[in-house]
Design a protein around this ligand. Structure first.
Ligand code: CA
Length: 409
């Protein structure tokens, strides 16, 4: 019997040829040479080498150490390159050229596949925002008066976006509860996660010119799972009046794989009904393509499932977030990354942060590794997700994982 090809995937493999996420890898024999790759099953195809072997016009675009050249090339190139890659991994005649260029994932090291330009994080789940409001402002309205008029966000720290697998050192900082007479300094006692989806900008925009809702797909290349690590005690003391700062900026983890939007065409869903009329630049009621994505996220701590947040429940869409963050004329750069905000659904087991899952530590989770209010040193958090694909298939998103290392003395 001939040896089975890595291209002969099990039926229904969520990393089949209908998915083809992009990443960047190195091999053990050439650890200094980063290469752009495409995941197929449990293997990664050296995309630049494949393009060269097949005489493709995209050889220059794909023989790169990062995704940035492809990101900057724009939507027509994204579509054409994806068509070519799909053919390379599905047309039997290409197998003799392609098979030698497939590396088992267990043999490669994955890297952050793009250079992050600006990083923005939003706050788009009504359930999350309501829970946080109840926890931090128990005597006030849970949602602030602006919440249903604009997608709230802040600019974060792009230089500390790290790839899945990178250890996250427990941050130290100031904290002060109402019971403390003065601020205290030390390692965070309330280190948390935020299960999010990140959107990666490919094509830039012109300074001074807003990007309307309808141009979303001309600029956004794809998406990735994202964990916005958050130190709740540092955040609670510092955030008034300018918002998150050191409680968030120490690390943001993203998947090593970027899923192109085209792989998620079957996962587009309408966002929840709007409670208030929106200003025209945010009004997506007549948009041809529904703005939501039906992504099913799972959050695990040390392998144990603690939450299953539904991305389809997000009030604000990524297209609305893009329109809002450029409506003042701010321009986009290749590699801009914006996070959706914590994904929390209406049910208790759908909450995307420990803050909500334990109600700020008052209701600990019972895990097989012990009770958890917030993260302990050594804890490993993993986000995975899937979405409906074409013809009843599933599209898996690349996981994002990170382990907590003790604070540095
Ligand atoms: Ca966040």
């Amino acid at each position: 019997m001939p040896e089975q090809s890595p291209l002969d995937l099990a039926e229904g493999d969520p990393f089949g040829p209908h998915n083809l996420p992009y990443g960047v890898f190195t091999t053990a024999d050439e650890p200094g040479r980063r290469r752009l790759g495409v995941r197929i099953g449990d293997h990664v195809l050296d995309a630049g080498a494949a393009a060269h072997a097949l005489g493709s016009p995209y050889a220059t675009l794909l023989a790169q150490p990062s995704l940035n050249a492809l990101l900057a090339a724009g939507r027509t190139a994204w579509r054409d390159v994806r068509r070519a890659l799909t053919a390379w991994v599905t047309v039997p005649a290409h197998r003799p050229d392609i098979e030698p260029l497939l590396h088992p994932l267990s043999d490669v090291t994955l890297h952050l596949p793009y250079e992050v330009a600006d990083y923005v994080d939003f706050y788009a789940s009504e359930h999350h925002a309501t829970n946080v409001g109840k926890i931090f402002r128990p005597d006030g309205e849970p949602l602030t008066p602006n919440w249903k008029h604009l997608p709230i966000g802040y600019h974060g720290r792009s230089g500390t976006v790290v790839v899945s697998g990178t250890e996250v050192t427990r941050p130290a900082g100031q904290r002060k509860t109402p019971a403390d007479a003065a601020p205290l300094f030390g390692p965070s006692l309330k280190l948390d996660i935020e299960a999010e989806v990140g959107f990666l900008v490919g094509a830039p925009s012109e300074l001074g010119r807003p990007v309307p809702l309808a141009s979303f797909r001309d600029h956004v290349f794809g998406l990735t799972l994202l964990n916005d690590w958050s130190a709740r005690d540092i955040q609670a003391w510092e955030y008034v009046p300018l918002g998150p700062f050191l409680g968030k900026s120490f690390a943001t983890s993203v998947s090593a794989w970027v899923t192109p939007l085209e792989a998620l065409d079957a996962a587009r869903v309408a966002p929840p009904a709007r409670d208030l009329p929106l200003l025209p630049y945010l009004d997506d009621g007549d948009d041809e393509e529904p703005g939501g994505f039906d992504l099913h996220i799972t959050v695990r701590i040390n392998g144990e499932v603690v939450s299953e947040p539904p991305f389809a429940s997000m009030y604000w869409t990524a297209a609305q977030q893009l329109a809002h963050m450029t409506v003042n004329g701010a321009s986009l750069r290749t590699g801009d990354l914006f996070g959706s905000g914590t994904v929390s659904g209406p049910e208790v087991h759908q909450r995307g942060s420990l803050l909500e899952l334990t109600w700020n530590g008052q209701e600990p989770l019972e895990l097989s590794t012990g009770k958890r209010t917030f993260l302990e040193d050594g804890d490993e958090v993993t986000l995975t997700a899937w979405a409906p694909g074409p013809d009843g298939t599933k599209v898996a998103l690349g996981e994002v994982t990170g382990r907590i290392a003790p604070a540095r003395a």
